[in-house]
Design a protein around this ligand. Structure first.
Ligand code: SAM
Length: 285
């Protein structure tokens, strides 16, 4: 099977199988070999790596992964793509395709069973409609994951890297920055996909920290506080926390904690850094 990374090869295979693109699954297939080579280099894939690919599509990136990694597991939700993948990946004996919803995967179990518990790398050209739950699921799974190299919508990539003062700053930024170092690797033009997406795309690499960069006594509480602060973005931090149904601190406890970390009671949650959210959590519990 020849490489798929071109408009003509992609067209040929989808015509052969009369494949109809499913908008609901965010199907925009890569057709640019330079972009694919770049992603494999950015992801730092080596010959002893186990790679999990989310959403292989017709297998365009999977082919590159199979040529570079030791073993690839590709999880695709659309069953119409499974017979296509059987053909396009038939030259490789180091790939396993699973027809499943990536959001339902037990990553820790996969890593244990397929890679003896050794850290894996995740690479994906993500379906944009589920970018956040996929990333959060991977980061919060606690599974040994070295890095996550993903194509996402440009704004989402910037949101992951942003800090206080930016309107893109939010719960996703803080979660990503708690678990990983985020590096933007490249912007990718809509021309490099079939069909062309309506948004700009960016490849971002999240390299998981061995230890979180901040000291917090209760990680779950930290994220409850972060979510509560951003759920009511226009309110003060004190009101956001007081009104949150997931928290039950009194007004006095909240005000004392905000003062303890040296902030005014008028401050909004969006003005706090990750470290300050950790200090606030430690002051509240
Ligand atoms: N990797 C291919 C490429 O780069 O050309 C396809 C990328 S396309 C943007 C996203 C792929 O993810 C599609 O094949 C789509 O069917 C699949 N997908 C969408 N939702 C999914 C889910 N919940 N679990 C697994 N795969 C999913």
């Amino acid at each position: 099977m020849a490489y798929l990374a071109s408009r003509s090869a992609t067209k040929e295979i989808i015509n052969k199988y009369s494949f109809a693109f499913q908008k609901k699954y965010g199907q925009n297939f890569l057709i640019d070999s330079n972009v694919l080579t770049h992603i494999i280099i950015d992801a730092g894939i080596r010959e002893n790596d186990f790679v999990l690919e989310i959403g292989p599509g017709i297998g365009t990136m999977t082919q590159y992964l199979c040529e570079t990694a030791k073993q690839v597991m590709a999880v695709e939700i659309d069953r119409m793509l499974i017979p296509i993948l059987e053909e396009t990946l038939s030259a490789y004996d180091n790939v396993e395709v699973i027809n499943e919803d990536a959001l339902k995967l037990d990553i820790a179990k996969i890593v244990e069973e397929k890679n003896g518990g050794e850290p894996i790398k995740v690479v994906a050209n993500l379906p944009y409609y589920i970018t956040t739950p996929i990333i959060m699921g991977l980061l919060e799974s606690g599974a040994p994951i070295k890095s996550i190299t993903i194509m996402v919508q440009k704004e989402v990539a910037h949101r992951m890297q942003s800090g206080p003062g930016s309107k893109e700053y939010g719960a996703l930024s803080l979660a990503v920055q708690y678990y990983a170092n985020a590096e933007i690797m490249m912007d990718v033009s809509a021309e490099c996909f079939m069909p062309r997406p309506k948004v700009d795309s960016t490849v971002i690499k999240l390299t998981r920290y061995d230890e979180p960069p901040i000291d917090v006594k209760d990680e779950k509480m930290l994220f409850k506080i972060i979510r509560a602060s951003f759920n009511q973005r226009r309110k003060t931090l004190a009101n956001g926390l007081k009104n949150a149904p997931t928290l039950n601190f009194t007004k006095e406890e909240i005000e004392r904690a905000i003062e303890n970390i040296g902030k005014p009671l008028t401050i909004r949650g969006e003005a706090l850094t990750l470290e300050e959210f950790a200090q606030l959590t430690n002051a509240l519990i």
